[in-house]
Design a binder for this molecule. Structure first.
Ligand code: SAM
Ligand code: DTB
Ligand code: SF4
Length: 366
């Protein structure tokens, strides 16, 4: 049987998750070595370019406007400040810059134009650029691709069955729809989920099954442990144990052997030994920097020490794919083109008419 499969059953995945730990880690580590260099770890630097004030109700998220948390809503960061952060991350060994926005979905406005500029400029720094901006239309995904986007993060978070327990303002299918737009634009997909939401082990298996049975496995799979934040509905949830994290990483490793599994939120609560187990079990990437989006992450010097202790090397950018080329088409949206064509036609039609007639018939801006 081929290692790369798309026909997993939930029972099979659950049985893998529940195997004796030594067998599970041994098999996951062996699979990891077959497809990846076990001493290389990709460093992704995460930056919240638009924080808080989100209209969604994701029960884990401190950035949802409806929950009283310490997160204050802020406007979009300036392009130059984001570039300075990217340069800094690059100097610290990061090969990927991941820009996050607390949006339900992308809108075709000035903020999106600025995000496109950020993508273009960071790509020019020879870093892989990833964005996580909420739902995208097909055209928005294409414009991001044209600007030079390497990856798009859009987590499914939990199983299809458990989805409405966690989020009510969008559906599991909405998420899958955006995956399709990302794929169509030729951008690599980053999608994973969270453990510790109150889900069952069947839900954990179901989440991995949804990812592993998609037509192409996501190139990156972030595994997050819930960071319970005061003010969110999940503030009282118990933190997951390191062994649950190891099992989840190892299971993801075995059902999607070619994907890069990212040890994501929750590292702040793990010691070096716990993280080493996760790398052994197949994690090949981390989020680095002393903040995730709004919650703390290990200090940069702690990660430098961790890499030194374990003999890990940061992965170079574009090891698994080519650097995207920027296409000027990223600058103009279809809507803008249609508006411009409408204006042109109107000018043509009214060029010989009186000022009064023209004023009576100005096309509406959208
Ligand atoms: N708004 C966009 C979206 O939801 O896709 C992008 C940002 S959102 C914060 C990105 C991901 O962060 C979520 O899908 C979720 O997996 C993760 N996340 C958010 N809050 C978290 C928490 N408290 N603990 C662990 N992961 C969390
Ligand atoms: C992902 O899977 N985890 C990251 C990233 N993708 C965007 C976000 C974790 C956020 C943790 C809570 C916070 O810091 O606000
Ligand atoms: Fe908004 Fe994303 Fe947080 Fe959900 S996870 S509330 S969509 S920022």
């Amino acid at each position: 049987m081929s290692d790369i499969r798309y026909d997993w059953t939930q029972e099979e995945i659950l049985a893998i998750y529940n195997r004796p730990l030594m067998d599970l880690i041994y098999d996951a580590a062996s699979m990891h070595r077959k497809y990846h260099d076990p001493n290389e770890v990709q460093i992704s630097s995460l930056l919240s370019v638009k924080t808080g004030g989100c209209s969604e109700d994701c029960s884990y998220c401190p950035q949802a406007a409806r929950y009283q948390t310490e997160v204050e809503a802020e406007g979009l960061m300036k392009v130059e400040d984001v570039l300075a952060a990217a340069q800094n991350a690059k100097e610290g060994g990061a090969s990927r810059m991941c820009l996050g926005a607390a949006w339900r979905e992308v809108r075709d406005n000035r903020d999106f134009d600025n995000v496109l500029e950020m993508v273009k400029e960071i790509n020019e720094l020879d870093m892989e650029v990833c964005c996580t901006l909420g739902m995208l239309s097909e055209e928005q995904a294409q414009r991001l691709a044209d600007a030079g986007l390497y990856a798009y993060n859009h987590n499914i978070d939990t199983s299809e069955e458990n989805y409405s327990e966690v989020i009510s303002t969008r559906t599991f299918d909405d998420r899958i729809g955006t995956h399709g737009h990302v794929r169509k634009a030729g951008v690599t997909l980053c999608s994973g989920g969270i453990i510790g939401l109150g889900e069952s082990l069947e839900d954990r298996a179901g989440m991995l099954m949804a990812l592993a049975n998609s037509s192409k496995h996501p190139e990156s799979v972030p595994i997050n442990a819930l960071v319970p934040v005061e003010g969110t509905p999940l503030e009282e949830n118990e933190k997951v144990s390191i062994w649950e994290m190891v099992r989840m990483v190892a299971t993801a490793r075995l059902v999607m052997p070619g994907s890069v599994i990212r040890l994501s939120a929750g590292r702040k609560d793990m010691n070096e030994e716990g993280q080493a187990f996760c790398f052994m079990a197949g994690a090949g990437s981390i989020f680095a920097g002393d903040k995730l989006l709004t919650t703390p992450n290990p200090e940069v010097n702690e990660d430098v020490q961790l890499f030194k202790t374990l003999g890990l090397r940061p992965k170079a950018p574009f090891t698994d794919g080519d650097k995207p080329e920027t296409k000027e088409s990223y600058k103009i949206s279809q809507k803008k083109l249609e508006q411009e064509a409408k204006m042109k036609a109107w000018r043509e039609e009214h060029k010989n008419k009186s000022a009064e007639e023209r004023l009576l018939n100005v096309p509406e801006a959208e």
